[in-house]
Design a binder for this molecule. Sequence first.
Ligand code: C2E
Ligand code: CA
Ligand code: CA
Length: 279
Amino acid sequence: MYKSKQSGKNRTTFYNNAMSKQIQKQLLLHNELKSAIKEKQFELYLQPIVELKSNKIVSAEALIRWNHPTKGLIFPDAFIEYAEESNLILEIGYFVLQRSFKICKELENSLEDISLNISLKQFTQDNFEDQLINSAKKYNINPNCIKLELTESVTSKDRKKAIDKMLSIKRDGFKFAMDDFGTGYSSLSYLKNLPFDYIKIDKSFVFNMLKNEDDKKLVKAIIDIAKQFNFSIIAEGVETIEHLKFLEKHGCDYYQGYLCSKPIPLEEFKKLLTNCNHS
Ligand code: C2E
Ligand code: CA
Ligand code: CA
């Protein structure tokens, strides 16, 4: 039934052995994720976000990692999608929220803000705004130090409702960044109507922009348009000095990528901050 639904609904699917293997794999992942939540096996790594004009680390994106007891470190691509399908993302997302607010408090004197990824289901929960307000109170942080990263999928269902919710959360002081910009169907009118403060240029464009003339033009155009609408621009996936130079020349505001650092555990991040921002 699920397979039929996944492949576009209203169709027949015959059972086969490969499906059974797939179901067993998902069942195992489901049970393991449940114990991971209970046994606190998740950790947030931090990846620096550098301001181009000062060349200082001013922010960080919190990225989830799973410290599996036997399989070692597991990256989000291996479990976030399933967590979203199965609703486990709600519990995982709540952990991410609490932990990033805690980290934000710890780093409040060294950073402008912390970015965290919010999934569509998490954002759609009725009590999402309350979760934000209560956590800000609990950790005694200014909501302005929290940047919520959403993809455009957030407005795919009920756009008006999503925009109203974003506006209300913005009135509480929180900020929004549009993640993976350029990869979906983002149109210009769409950009104009959505209350984002930052646009994150997806790493796929940055990877290709020096090899491919079209991607180069796209990155330039995204920066120009974002400027017209007064968004700040963060480029992801900056791996080389050449990437950085190109983005600097075209007026990008911030960058994130292996050129500065991979995502790292909190203690390592603190050391990096001391070394980079004080030199
Ligand atoms: P994302 O939000 O687009 O995060 C950026 C991804 O690009 C991260 O992968 C980061 O490690 C990687 N990256 C950054 N700079 C570079 C670079 O210079 N080169 C290369 N090759 N990669 C770079 P990561 O940590 O594996 O996360 C993958 C995705 O998983 C994230 O993509 C995000 O969509 C999701 N994710 C991560 N943490 C969370 C979370 O706490 N909640 C939710 N809902 N999703 C999360
Ligand atoms: Ca992100
Ligand atoms: Ca991205």
